[in-house]
Design a binder for this molecule. Structure first.
Ligand SMILES: [Cu+2]
Length: 348
């Protein structure tokens, strides 16, 4: 059962490696098993899931090697890639990006390595940002050992859809393609590989956020991208063993997201979770305006919890009236205890 594997991972491997980093005395009794996240195992660790207040979700000082991974979730939060901007002959903004697919070994939890397939060597891929009406040109080069595409959400011609057998179709290793289309409609979108087995190509890490700004910009804010996703470390296609926002489970437990009291905060919230049908986002100590898909400028809801199915996304806007640390997590508790959990830290 997937649940058993999940218990093993967090009760055994994850807590065990975290414990090793802190010294043997920190090890709970059943966590002295070797780190074999992909191997068969009886599991059934009684501590289960996040391991309670002594489990990895609250354990400090045990993190992955961000430098070796090549990306850092605290920077991914506010890293918007506006591309190279010029003008077409008719004076229209032309925005260009170079995107490179590669196979990368990512340390997703202390001592747990995952063979990811990536866009620009990070999970999630770069956050591409433009304005409605721009002409977009994306040169995609496949440096991976596997065939891939880039499929953008949005409105575009069929041959620019990035799916097999239409237009350039599947891009084989060593090959390049240029996707060109208009930026529309405004909102919060996605891009991802669309080669089968599709769930695996996505779950391996081939996704990113695609923001089309409205013609009249949204009010100034501290803007954050939060991509909810998971890692199926057993490659059985049945659920995930780890859950993350912006690449690394529990990252924002170790390094809270720092925001200012009273400042408008805008969260571009994306759910690209595979294998589990829905995910959710819950914020403690506050409420937010929610704009589904970001395609309208009026919020649909004022809430502290939103649910998103696979591929859904929306914009959350809020101000924190109080200083201090405020937790956020999936309100599917199991996901939270397997990594999808963190803190905002509000300062003056
Ligand atoms: Cu792919």
């Amino acid at each position: 059962m997937a649940a058993t594997r999940r218990r093993f991972l967090l009760g055994g491997a994850l807590a065990g490696t975290a414990g090793l980093a802190l010294g043997a005395r920190a090890l709970p009794p059943s966590s002295e098993e070797p780190v074999t996240p992909a191997g068969p195992h009886a599991g059934g660790h009684a501590g289960g899931h996040g391991g309670g207040v002594n489990g990895p979700m609250f354990r400090q000082g045990s993190t992955v090697d961000h430098r070796a991974n090549g990306f850092y979730p605290s920077e991914v939060l506010r890293d918007f890639d506006y591309g190279r901007v010029s003008r077409t002959d008719r004076g229209r903004p032309l925005r260009e990006w170079e995107i490179f697919a590669s196979d990368e070994d990512v340390e997703v939890a202390p001592g747990v390595r995952f063979p990811a397939w990536t866009f620009n060597a990070r999970v999630p891929g770069p956050t591409l940002r433009c304005q409605q009406g721009d002409l977009l040109r994306v040169r995609f080069t496949n440096g991976s050992a596997h065939p891939h595409t880039m499929h953008f959400h949005g409105i575009h011609p069929a041959e620019m859809d990035g799916v097999p057998n239409i237009g350039p179709g599947v891009i084989e290793p060593g090959h390049s393609v240029v996707y060109e289309f208009d930026a529309q409609p405004f909102g919060l979108h996605l891009y991802h590989c669309h080669v089968g087995p599709l769930a695996e190509h996505i779950a391996r890490g081939m996704y990113g956020t695609f923001i089309v700004d409205p013609p009249q910009p949204r009010p100034p804010a501290d803007e954050l991208v939060m991509v909810m996703h998971g890692y199926n470390t057993t490659f059985d296609g049945q659920g995930n063993q780890l859950y993350a926002v912006n690449g690394i489970p529990f990252h924002y437990m170790h390094e809270p997201i720092r925001v200012r009291r009273g400042e408008l905060v805008r969260i571009y919230l994306v759910n690209i979770l595979e294998y589990d049908p829905i995910n959710s986002f819950h914020l403690h100590g506050n409420f937010f305006d929610y704009y589904p898909t970001g395609t309208r400028l009026e919020p649909s809801e004022y809430t502290d919890t939103v649910v998103q199915a696979q591929g859904q996304r929306g914009i959350c806007e809020l101000r924190f009236p109080h200083t201090g640390k405020f937790m956020f997590h999936a309100h599917k508790t199991e996901f939270a205890e397997l990594g999808w959990m963190g803190f905002f830290e509000v300062t003056e």
